[in-house]
Design a protein around this ligand. Structure first.
Ligand code: FES
Length: 278
């Protein structure tokens, strides 16, 4: 059992949950992920590690509560425990000194990009963070991301905070005016695809962290497969980070929609049984 230390809503339907897990906190590295189960009947939920504290023995996850299992998960609070937590899984980010690194975070991608940005920053890179959101209400960890960035730009689709723009606009401007060693993107697949297309003409090494559908998380079920550079890869054991310019984005995005009908059915039933709003 994994005790929950805190659970707070950062933005509508976005929760920050801190749990006690000393062993995992000791072994976690930026870029890795976990699989959690809220109860013995819940599905296995893959979540990228958002933060960890070796001294306190805690691990932080940021959860977007949009389906049945994530809704069950965020209903747990202090005094409750997770039924199961597996990890750390996947390959850690390769932290090198690139000179300048641009980190692009879209929506809830601000959470998993934080420990990677911090590691690049601590390794002496000039870290430019571009944090995008639909509007100011959905923004979170702005100060936290800024604290590990040499330069931090916020964009919103509606201009309610920061610059009214898509993340690709400041990304292109930085690529045009300075030498960039590496670009990272974490967020919705469509955003990562357009980041890759923005960077392609500049020939800069570009990484995307994929949030594929997963079941076992250990390379056995094939549920998380993607095409990268013409080869089939498993996000859980070969990733979750891949060369963004080599990912077949149409296949990756199509596979994410594979279970939409089943997910909707499950959520409708959950809403009906629990009398909660959709
Ligand atoms: S989640 Fe099963 S192979 Fe990756």
């Amino acid at each position: 059992m994994i005790p929950i230390i805190s659970n707070r809503e950062l933005a509508p339907n976005i929760y920050e949950m801190v749990v006690e897990n000393k062993m995992l906190a000791r072994r976690a590295r930026p870029g890795q992920f976990l699989i959690v189960m809220p109860d013995d009947r819940g599905e296995r939920i893959p979540l990228t590690i958002a933060d960890y504290d070796v001294e306190a023995g805690t691990v932080t996850m940021v959860i977007m509560a949009i389906g049945t299992s994530t809704r069950k998960l965020v209903r747990l609070g202090v005094g409750d425990s997770l039924y199961a937590m597996l990890g750390p899984l996947g390959n850690a980010s390769e932290i090198e000194n690139y000179g300048t690194v641009i980190m692009v975070a879209g929506g809830v991608g601000a959470a998993p990009i934080y420990p990677i940005a911090r590691a690049f920053f601590e390794a002496g890179n000039r870290v430019i963070t571009i944090q995008g959101s639909r509007n100011k209400d959905l923004l979170f960890w702005v100060d936290k991301l800024a604290s590990v960035s040499s330069e931090h730009i916020v964009t919103t689709d509606d201009g309610s905070f920061g610059r009214k723009a898509l993340v690709t606009e400041p990304l292109r401007e930085f690529l045009e005016k300075e030498t960039v060693g590496c670009v990272y993107s974490i967020g919705p697949a469509i955003m990562m695809k357009f980041c890759a297309e923005t960077v392609r003409p500049f020939g800069v090494h570009t990484i995307a962290s994929l949030n594929s559908i997963m079941i076992d998380g250990t390379g056995m079920c094939g549920g998380c497969r993607v095409r990268v550079g013409g080869e089939t890869k498993f996000t859980c054991v070969d990733g979750p980070e891949f060369d963004a310019l080599a990912i077949d984005w149409s296949i990756a995005m199509a596979r994410q929609k594979s279970f939409c009908a089943a997910e909707k059915c499950s959520l409708d039933r959950y809403v009906e049984l629990n009398g909660v709003e959709k």
